[in-house]
Design a protein around this ligand. Structure first.
Ligand SMILES: [Zn+2]
Length: 209
């Protein structure tokens, strides 16, 4: 299936560029009433389409491959987001995780609006409290956040991005990671953020997700 080949390409691209490392990260796509998700316990470095697990919306296996242990939050997010989400990227990328570990993080606006691209592709961001990876509490919190957000930062853990397509979820993830990187590069500097008018103009011209 072409979609699975594309999914495998995205995984190895994230690994090659250091967004994913070790056996961290999981990515899924929804096709009809099935979710195809990267397998448990392996690296995203070099996956074959036959290694991608297929599950139904209740988590029941539809093929031999074993789904990522984090599959419950993928299902919860798809169920909450409805038809607007067809792909989910979850990574432990360095700058997103660094941001998620900051004490005193502004949970309503974890990143300053320093570029229009952050506003177009990423914002608004939901911040979910820390819960054990793989827990039902984490799945519940992500499901709740996915009702109104496509970008979700998990405290002390990582990033979840939803997209109407795999490409959109990938773009959103990359833009978040680069904006978080900018934030750390600029920490301590006096920031020139977009004004309220400039932000409103982006909303008018490009729309907000
Ligand atoms: Zn994770």
């Amino acid at each position: 299936m072409l979609e699975l080949e594309r999914l495998c390409e995205v995984c190895s691209s994230f690994f090659a560029r250091g967004y994913a490392f070790g056996s961290t990260g999981n990515i899924s796509i929804r096709i009809g009433d099935e979710v195809w998700i990267t397998p448990t316990g392996g690296s995203l470095r070099k996956l074959a389409p036959t290694a991608i697990a297929c599950i139904d919306m209740q988590g029941g296996a539809r093929n031999e491959a074993k789904a990522s242990k984090e599959y419950p939050f993928h299902l919860a997010a798809y169920q909450s987001a409805g038809a607007k989400a067809n792909a989910i990227v979850h990574l432990h990328s360095t700058y997103a995780v660094a941001l998620s570990c900051l004490d005193g993080l502004d949970e309503h606006q974890p990143l300053p609006v320093v570029t229009p691209y952050y506003l177009m592709r990423v914002a608004p961001v939901a911040v979910v409290p820390y819960f054990r990876p793989g827990s039902t509490e984490l799945a519940g919190a992500i499901g709740e956040a996915a009702r109104g957000h496509n970008t979700i930062l998990l405290r002390n853990h990582g990033l979840v991005c939803l997209g109407s397509s795999l490409e959109e979820a990938v773009d959103r993830t990359e833009e978040f990671e680069e904006t978080a990187k900018l934030y750390f590069l600029l920490r301590g500097e006096k920031l020139r953020c977009l004004t309220a008018d400039q932000q409103a103009e982006i909303g008018r011209v490009f729309g907000r997700k």
